[in-house]
Design a binder for this molecule. Sequence first.
Ligand SMILES: N[C@@H](CCC(=O)N[C@@H](CS)C(=O)NCC(=O)O)C(=O)O
Length: 199
Amino acid sequence: MKLYFKPTSPYARKVRVVAVEAGLIDRITTEEPPLRDASTEFWRVNPTGMIPALMTDDGDVVVESNVICEYLDTLNKGHKLFPGQPVLRWRALKLNALADTVIGAHVTRVREGWRPEASRDTKMIELERSRVVSVLDALEADEGLINDPLNIGHVTLGCALSVSDRRFPKEDWRSAHPKLASWYKTFNARESMTSTYAE
Ligand SMILES: N[C@@H](CCC(=O)N[C@@H](CS)C(=O)NCC(=O)O)C(=O)O
């Protein structure tokens, strides 16, 4: 299999973490395609032009991080990250959606921050910051979700909190969210996280 990715993409990191957790990392080669250029070969391979994308051993191209993660989990012979049991599955998908929202909010904040100061949408930046805090507050209040058996939601949450630390190091999310902070400390020490971290 071949993974099209960028080392710093949180969406691609989700896939790499799942690949390590599922024992599949050695079956995956990688390529860093040029982005945001519709004339490149990558857009012929993957019509969305976005990473992550996975070319399977059958030559199929799977796009979108959650779909790629679920595809890899079908090859996973160990502990499944997309639970089959309906209640656990629903809870895993709920956690995943909440954590994906944090990644999306951070991505918007980072992109907006790249614009010249005069044309930055400060209201949007503040709204997305509030969205991150709101989701972290909800996860802190419902600690059951983070204490569920390891699932795709934990992978996405770990990648999201890593973006918090890397992109917004001055924002102390830990003080107001001690249970999340404690969970993340343990999760972030997993080999799947340490081996996929990129500055
Ligand atoms: N929802 C998508 C988001 C993927 C995404 O936003 N990828 C970014 C890099 S982090 C990208 O490929 N950007 C290139 C572009 O917008 O053309 C997923 O989960 O895979």
